[in-house]
Design a protein around this ligand. Structure first.
Ligand code: ZN
Length: 380
């Protein structure tokens, strides 16, 4: 686990908590939806994890995501009802635990993981890792996976033309608000436009959470998202606080349009306020203009006490951070020494930089909620 990557797991938790049942007595069950011959969706929720897509090929089952490790026995039983063919491949839509911690049981039985290359776990088990896209033929069925970036740096859209289905992971939901904290507004809109270009009127659209929908559902989501961003920008530029925004009737009414599948009428107040704060953090926090001409001075390699390297590279409007060779994210300057990770809330980590008497950058510190990790600059 890298330090600056910690919040990616936290974000998974935030997305999954609303689905934990308040009633601990009733044991949650996977809900099985047969969409067509050889094409099923197994709904998780209630703490079980995200939805799983199941495609039957001539000699195997192919999964899109694998729920949680603690759900594995239930998932295996649900698959057994579909077919006794083995699972040959598991596509992961992104790294979050509610989608991937169930991978290992299938990998141990010989399944191949297919995931975007920015995801973790390189070298674990048998894997196909792709940069932009990969096309696989499994038992006579064609699978296409495309790299996008909205919810995480390694989102994948999985398309199966024969079943006319597109799996979107958490770049799209029908029972929750957008969680576009990695790709920002542009990344979110790029995903929906990509899907609209790939889908026809009969395409089944499978979100990471919530019931399946169709192309029209993606249009409803896109239009609500645009309206959400417009209203948020309007309120932010008028100087409203997050609490004032939470009380805005127009914003609230836009938010309800994301809840398309009818399973809830509105978001819980705490979740709704967090969505507002994350929108501000992701897209409405502005870089300190006076620092932008000096970004090149921060570029370089830094070493934590345990030897792990932090690499800082120049990016448009900010800096890109890599830890241990893995992409952690983008940071924008709030001041000369404090940089913000868009999408993260106060307490979820930021970067500070240290200087010598001559104003040269000598170190970087990752500041977490209750711990900090300093890294000294390495001459390169
Ligand atoms: Zn997620």
């Amino acid at each position: 686990m890298t330090r600056t990557g910690l919040v990616l797991l936290a974000a998974a938790f935030l997305l999954s908590t609303p689905f934990i049942s308040a009633d601990a007595e009733s044991e949650p069950q996977i809900r099985h939806h047969k969409i067509a011959k050889g094409f099923h969706v197994l709904y998780g929720g209630n703490g079980l994890g995200a939805s799983v897509g199941v495609i039957e090929t001539s000699d195997s089952l192919v999964l899109v995501d694998a729920m949680r490790d603690r759900t594995t026995a239930k998932l295996a039983a649900a698959l057994q009802e579909i077919s006794d063919k083995p699972v040959s491949h598991v596509f992961n839509t992104h790294r979050h635990e509610d989608h991937t911690s169930g991978n290992s049981a299938f990998v141990e039985q010989g399944a191949i993981l297919v995931r975007q290359a920015n995801g973790p776990g390189a070298g674990e088990g048998r894997q196909i890792r792709f940069e932009k896209k990969v096309i696989l033929n499994v038992g006579g069925v064609r699978f296409e996976a495309y790299s996008v970036q909205s919810h995480t740096p390694e989102d994948a859209l999985i398309r199966v033309p024969a079943a006319n289905v597109i799996f979107l992971g958490d770049t799209f939901t029908t029972n929750w608000h957008p969680t576009f904290y990695s790709g920002g507004e542009a990344g979110q809109l790029a995903v929906v436009e990509r899907v609209l270009a790939l889908a026809d009127d009969k395409t089944v659209i499978v979100p990471g959470h919530g019931n399946v929908t169709n192309r029209q559902g993606v249009i409803v989501y896109r239009d609500a998202f645009r309206d959400w961003m417009d209203r948020m920008r309007e309120l932010a530029s008028a100087g409203w606080t997050a609490d004032q925004m939470a009380a805005d009737v127009e914003l609230k009414s836009i938010s309800k349009r994301f809840l398309q599948d009818g399973s809830r009428d509105e978001m819980r107040p705490a979740g709704y306020r967090r969505f507002i704060k994350r929108t501000i953090s992701t897209e409405l926090t502005t870089a300190n203009e006076s620092v932008l001409p000096h970004l090149g001075e921060y570029v370089g390699t830094y070493r934590y006490a345990d030897g792990m390297l932090l690499r800082v590279e120049l990016a448009e409007g900010g800096l890109t951070i890599f830890e241990g060779g893995q992409l952690s994210g983008h940071v924008i300057p709030l001041s000369k020494d404090k940089f913000h990770f868009p999408g993260r809330l106060e307490g979820e980590g930021h970067l500070t930089f240290q200087f010598d008497g001559g104003g040269n950058v000598t170190g970087a510190t990752y500041v977490g909620e209750d711990q900090s990790w300093p890294a000294a600059r390495v001459r390169d």
